[in-house]
Ligand binder design. Structure first.
Ligand SMILES: Nc1ncnc2c1ncn2[C@@H]1O[C@H](COP(=O)(O)OP(=O)(O)OP(=O)(O)O)[C@@H](O)[C@H]1O
Ligand SMILES: [Zn+2]
Length: 703
């Protein structure tokens, strides 16, 4: 691998250099295989600059990562750089360091880390060359007048309570790096702590990076930030960044942070890659949320990179949650992170009462127990809102023929097609893995029987049943289907907050961070579905999800209640929920993990292979595994590594591609990293031989 030294100072040409002087630049490109390439330039180009270079028959945008004294290949084979893009300053040294860390840590070529991290228009040749480029995207954008966002007046700002003050003051007083774990029960007022810490950083002239799991779900937070912080320094202070933005919007946000105009960046995981010259504080809200992990391409954890970046920049980072990940919790237990606890709700209310309804011997009606129906009726009578939580969208997860047993399978996946009855295409079957859609057959394709029945239930069916039970109630459904259009999630949540909705049905989308004022009751259907999942993180995820959704009840007024319907009330997850006992659950979970050597007591990587035939994928993985024995010298660390047997994925076929995986584990992180680096060099060759696609994921969340 060619040397890429990203900390090298910018190249200074020696004075009086001959006119035909040549400068070598090493450029990272977003291409597979080799990722850095040498080019020739007639003038010095600082490290971090974006350039357009010829590559094969194409032209590509790349980033200069080094200016070597001598090129890595023969000079006569080296092409000239086509254009140096100087409409933005070179990417700063700390950004290059983070990208190169991510490349090493996640085992990806540096070009595949750096280029995708840029806003699309900064990495497209067509944005710069061609008739309509008009000087490039930055100049085009700068010519347009900006519409400043309106500043809303701040609602009344509560005085912090003692717990909040302790946390906020401690964070504000920090000089240098520290990772703070802000553990605060639901409704304990973590947001106020973030706002105070952010205010202090802004007052010191620093920028704040504020990460949230999903931006469309947090219009409330955006509003508070605008009102409270943007109010301090003008409308351009807050920039927003997420994947739903148009290219121009994304570029504008990026530029305003990079130029230091925006002082706060509120964004989803991709915002971790925004250059922030004055970065002084990073906040990661709901740090346990799996949305922080990117699931394709560079499979990074924005939370983990946030901790790395904060350490690298010597600034504090705050990880906040009512249900921290066991990883973060154990860091705090061991004193690596400093923990602050908000043990009580900020408003003068108790945590909601949790009730387990044992459904084993109950006559259920469309999935509802009599207890839940009664409780819903009472809340409605009192003019309160209620929420039904069900983590399954669609009408029913499968269609079934009662006489022959036919079920609706996806022709391309090892999965059922889900019956949908709402939305543009009424009454159709949909595969949630590959997107396949089909009309609902009039009769059973196997036996011709006309009596096809939906089995089980999703949010649409629950919504339908609620409308029958409570015809006068105003019902809203919030799930991935009802919020597909831009702005529709925000609009639906606004209706709920405005009191225009009585009953809310939703998936995990409704569980996150919302501060509902008038919601008295939360009912949970079908929680057991996650109880016996194979993934060792399933109980942790279930507990977090139930704690979060339970935490939506009774936030502003006393008397909140949570009803969980279950066949297994004695399970540890439910018992801990009864007591709102996160620390107890975490301790139990960690001791179990320690006993069997699972994360955070071990570190993992997952090699996934995709091929037309499962046998090919398994064969590739077996060969990848055998490399260790064949070339012991290449893998000096192999003795501390466990490589498991290749196994098919649970949903083995998706879109006609079959998938298998191989788990690698070690209690020694440096040994694992060294092993993965050596291994990933060898994998490319075997993959080509077997014609499989593969992906190596470090710290996988799902196994
Ligand atoms: N010191 C305070 N006094 C009174 N009310 C407060 C105080 N701090 C926060 N609140 C209010 O308490 C409610 C809950 O706060 P917030 O939404 O920040 O909780 P949270 O910790 O983020 O909860 P969750 O984890 O459930 O999202 C909000 O309505 C907020 O305005
Ligand atoms: Zn499918």
């Amino acid at each position: 691998m060619p040397d890429i030294s990203v900390v090298e100072p910018p190249f200074h040409p020696c004075p009086g250099a001959a006119p035909q002087a040549v400068f070598w630049i090493r450029v990272a490109l977003d291409v597979p295989l080799l990722d850095v390439f040498d080019y020739r330039s007639p003038a010095a180009v600082p490290v971090g600059s974006r350039v357009i270079v010829p590559f094969g028959r194409r032209r590509l945008v790349g980033i200069v990562v080094a200016t070597p004294a001598e090129p890595a290949i023969a000079p006569e084979q080296i092409k000239d750089v086509d254009q140096v893009l100087d409409d933005t300053p070179p990417m700063p040294a700390d950004w290059l360091r983070m990208a190169s860390f991510a490349a090493q840590y996640y085992q990806r070529p540096i070009g595949e880390v750096m280029l995708p991290a840029l806003p699309p228009s900064l990495r497209k040749v067509s944005a710069y060359q061609g008739k309509r480029s008009a000087g490039g995207p930055v100049k085009r954008l700068d010519r347009r007048a900006r519409v400043p966002a309106p500043i809303m007046p701040a609602d009344c700002v509560p005085a912090l309570n003692a717990e909040q003050t302790a946390a906020a003051d401690a964070i504000a007083a920090l000089q240098g790096h520290k990772t703070i774990l802000l553990y605060g029960v639901t409704g304990s007022g973590k947001t106020e702590v973030y706002l105070h810490a952010a205010q202090a950083a802004l007052a010191r002239g620093r920028q704040v990076l504020f990460l949230v799991p999903e931006i469309n779900l947090t219009p409330q937070l955006e509003q508070s930030l605008r009102a409270r912080l943007a109010g301090l320094a003008g409308p351009q202070t807050l920039a927003i960044m997420h994947s739903g933005l148009a290219d121009g919007e994304r570029l504008q946000a990026w530029l305003s942070v990079q130029r230091g105009e925006a002082r706060i960046l509120l964004g989803t995981r991709l915002a971790i890659f925004a250059p922030m010259p004055d970065l002084g504080l990073i906040i990661v809200d709901e740090e346990h949320d799996t949305s922080y992990k990117q699931q394709d391409g560079l499979r990074y954890s924005a939370r983990d990179l946030a901790v790395w970046r904060a350490r690298d920049r010597n600034v504090p980072v705050v990880l906040g949650s009512a249900t921290p990940s066991l990883e973060s919790w154990s860091h705090a237990q061991r004193g690596h992170y400093q923990r602050y606890t908000l043990a009580r709700r900020a408003r003068d209310v108790e945590l909601p009462k949790v009730r387990l309804v044992d459904t084993r011997r109950l006559a259920m009606q469309e999935g509802f127990s009599p207890q839940l129906v009664t409780a819903l009726g009472e809340r409605l009578e009192r003019g309160e809102q209620a929420l039904i939580f069900l983590n399954r969208r669609g009408y029913a997860p499968v269609l079934n023929c009662a006489s022959c047993g036919w079920v609706s399978n996806c022709p391309r996946c090892t999965a059922y097609t889900v019956l949908h009855r709402a939305g543009a295409r009424r009454n159709h079957l949909q595969c949630h893995h590959c997107g396949y859609q089909a009309r609902v057959p009039r009769a059973c394709p196997d036996c011709g029987d006309q009596d096809l029945k939906p089995m089980g239930r999703g949010t649409q069916r629950v919504e339908e049943h609620l409308a029958e039970l409570f015809p006068a109630a105003r019902i809203a459904r919030i799930d991935a289907d009802s919020t597909r259009l831009k702005g529709s999630a925000a609009a639906l949540f606004a209706q709920v907050h405005a009191g225009e909705v009585d009953l809310l049905v939703g998936t995990q989308m409704v569980a996150k961070g919302h501060d509902f004022a008038n919601l008295g009751l939360v009912g949970v259907l079908n929680a057991d579905a996650m109880l016996f999942a194979q993934d060792f993180r399933a109980p942790e995820r279930l507990f977090a999800q139930l704690m979060q959704v339970a935490g939506r009840a009774g936030r502003h007024a006393e008397g909140g209640e949570v009803i969980i319907q279950t066949d297994y009330p004695e399970q540890a997850v439910y018992q801990a929920l009864l007591k709102h006992d996160y620390p107890g659950f975490a301790q139990y979970g960690l001791s179990e993990r320690e006993a069997v050597g699972l994360p955070p007591y071990a570190h993992q990587a997952l090699l996934t292979a995709e091929a037309r035939e499962l046998a090919t994928a398994l064969d590739f993985l077996a060969h990848a595994r055998a490399l260790l024995g064949e070339y012991p010298d290449s893998f000096p660390t192999a003795c501390s590594i466990t490589v498991y047997d290749p196994v098919p994925l649970r949903v083995v076929r998706v879109a006609n591609i079959e998938r298998a995986q191989l788990l690698v584990e070690s209690s020694n992180r440096p040994a694992l990293q060294a092993f993965l680096t050596a291994w990933s060099y060898a994998l490319g060759d075997i993959a080509r031989r077997f014609r499989v696609r593969y992906n190596l994921e470090v710290d996988p969340l799902e196994i």
